[in-house]
Design a protein around this ligand. Structure first.
Ligand code: ZN
Length: 183
């Protein structure tokens, strides 16, 4: 009499049966014993994230927004959040992390620190910030037409002259440049 397990089909059947029994055992073990009572199956539970994203969003009066994001270890997250300066208020938490928002009554760093002197519609003009954005035109100088400029100045202002300085000083620096152009 031929032994059942000696046939190739029998061996495959036995192997499959053993596999199914093992898997069923693992699943039942997981279901009935729970995740914390010894059975640890890495493919059943995704690993917990070890870091959380904390975002700081600043909204300036010019409409610009600055966003900074930091990664904080999950273990120290609560201590980190409670140590954030009160000016940021309470964070809004979501699945992607925790976000603090504050409204700054001043201009953003670019609009506070930069002025652009350039030519606009045939005249010298000064803009707040780095770009000739009509919304941030400070002044158009009707007494400084392009035609009256020294060729050297005309060349420079056609390209645009960017001035940077402390927010409370940069306009004085611009005024000095304009004086130089007039002479
Ligand atoms: Zn701005």
């Amino acid at each position: 009499m031929r032994k059942f397990s000696s046939s190739p089909y029998g061996r495959v059947f036995l192997a499959l049966s053993a596999f199914c029994v093992t898997m069923a055992g693992l699943v039942l073990g997981k279901l009935y014993l729970g995740g914390e009572s010894g059975l640890s199956l890495p493919w059943f539970a995704p690993p917990k994230p070890t870091h959380s994203l904390v975002t700081y969003r600043t909204e300036y009066k010019c409409g610009d927004v600055a966003v900074n994001t930091v990664e904080v270890p999950e273990a120290g997250l609560q201590a980190y959040l409670s140590a954030v300066s009160p000016e940021w208020g309470s964070p809004v938490s979501s699945t992607v992390g925790h976000q603090f928002t504050r409204v700054d009554p001043d201009y953003c760093p670019d609009h506070a620190r930069y002025r652009l002197i350039c030519l606009s519609k045939g005249y010298v003009a000064v803009y707040r910030g780095k770009r000739p954005d009509p919304e941030f035109l400070i002044k158009e100088y009707k007494d400084l037409p392009e035609s009256a400029l020294h060729p050297r100045d005309r060349e420079v202002l056609r390209e645009g002259l960017l001035i940077e300085g402390e927010p409370d000083e940069v306009d004085r620096v611009v005024a000095r440049h304009l004086e130089g152009i007039k002479e």
